[in-house]
Design a protein around this ligand. Structure first.
Ligand code: AHG
Ligand code: MN
Ligand code: MN
Length: 330
């Protein structure tokens, strides 16, 4: 979606998320209220997941996690728990015809009258849960293409990133943040747990055009393509800082605020790249572009890729415009 399609309404820092969404509703391209409700549903599920993440370590020791509820799913690990939380919130909300999730092999069909499609990585960076490092949730929202009243089909769920109507992530970090775009810039809300509210803390976020951080798993350096090695060499020569935590959301968020580039290229282990186009790359590409940054697969724009399968993987270069441009031209 082009930036011009939506106008921006500036609201002061301290505005809560519900109010922000309500006030901006008339500026959305689809001002029916359903997209607003959908964003609220996602934000709410994020609160539930946040609570479970915060309890996870302790619950593992005491066994309380899962014991609260007789349903089997609560006893499973947080990847699955997060998937359940988001699917449940979207099912109850009724705005969504289908969900595709990193955790599910096939399309999950919801309300045949729902207008929207969700692509979601319920828990990103899940290898970091047990070591108390930031993790996240990543989502993209598309408008259905098929007729109202029917089940979603492959054409609905395999839309290119440039068809996103909204996208966002929830970062469960030193504080929890909800960052999203509806094509009118990017705004970040910090969760205030005692109030149970997300509060606007980062207005109209922009990524510096250039930066001094490069984020890549250099352990795989030997199997990178020559162009990627060359770009990393340049970063080293320039004395840039290497920062890689292994949670895409956290690495992306840091670079969004400070300026930098995140790269997950093709490797020997993951010849097409590791990250998933539908659940991870399109969303962060949309946010990056809305913040003035850029995202490619090493050559072409991520959001122009026509997906061919749900769990498709792509090499991913995202962040500050000048850095991604340079890395993509080698
Ligand atoms: P997920 O936990 O959703 O499977 O994603 C993990 C991803 C991403 O968050 C991270 O940047 C990347 O995997 C790390 O991979 P490496 O350990 O290969 O660097
Ligand atoms: Mn992920
Ligand atoms: Mn995941």
């Amino acid at each position: 979606m082009a930036k011009a399609e939506n106008s921006r309404i500036a609201l002061p820092v301290g505005t809560n998320l519900d109010r922000f969404i309500m006030k901006n509703q008339e500026a959305f391209a689809y001002a029916t209220g359903e997209l607003s409700q959908l964003l609220r549903d996602l934000a709410y599920a994020g609160k539930v997941v946040n609570r479970e993440i915060n309890m996870a370590g302790l619950a593992g020791i005491t066994g309380a996690y899962g014991a609260e509820n007789v349903q089997g799913e609560e006893q499973q690990n947080l990847d699955v728990a997060a998937n359940i939380r988001f699917s449940r919130a979207l099912k109850k909300g009724g705005e969504v015809v289908a969900v595709i999730s990193e955790e599910e092999e096939d399309i999950i069909h919801l309300n045949p009258h729902g207008k929207y499609i969700i692509a979601i990585d319920p828990l990103d960076g899940s290898s970091n849960i047990d070591v108390n490092v930031s993790i996240g949730t990543i989502f993209s929202i598309y408008r259905r293409k098929s007729e109202d009243g029917t089940q979603a089909d492959m054409q609905d769920v395999l839309q290119p990133g440039n068809e996103q109507v909204a996208a966002g992530y929830i970062l469960y970090g030193s504080s929890t943040m909800f960052v999203f775009t509806t094509g009118a810039g990017v705004n970040g809300f910090t969760y205030e747990p005692s109030l149970g509210e997300y509060i606007l803390s980062h207005q109209d976020m922009t990524i510096p055009a250039n930066g001094k951080i490069y984020s890549v798993n250099e352990g795989s350096y030997n199997s990178f393509q020559p162009e990627v090695k060359e770009y990393i060499e340049k970063c080293r020569e320039r004395g840039h800082s290497a920062r890689y935590i292994g949670s895409l959301v956290a690495d992306f968020h840091r670079n969004l605020l400070k300026g930098g580039i995140y790269i997950y290229p093709a490797t020997a282990k993951a010849p097409k790249g590791k990250l998933r186009l539908m659940y991870e790359c399109n969303c962060l590409a949309f946010i990056a572009e809305q913040a003035g940054g850029m995202a490619t697969d090493g050559k072409n724009s991520i959001m122009d890729i026509i997906p061919t399968e749900l769990h498709q993987r792509v090499p991913f270069f995202v962040g500050s415009k000048e850095m991604v441009e340079e890395a993509s031209q080698l």
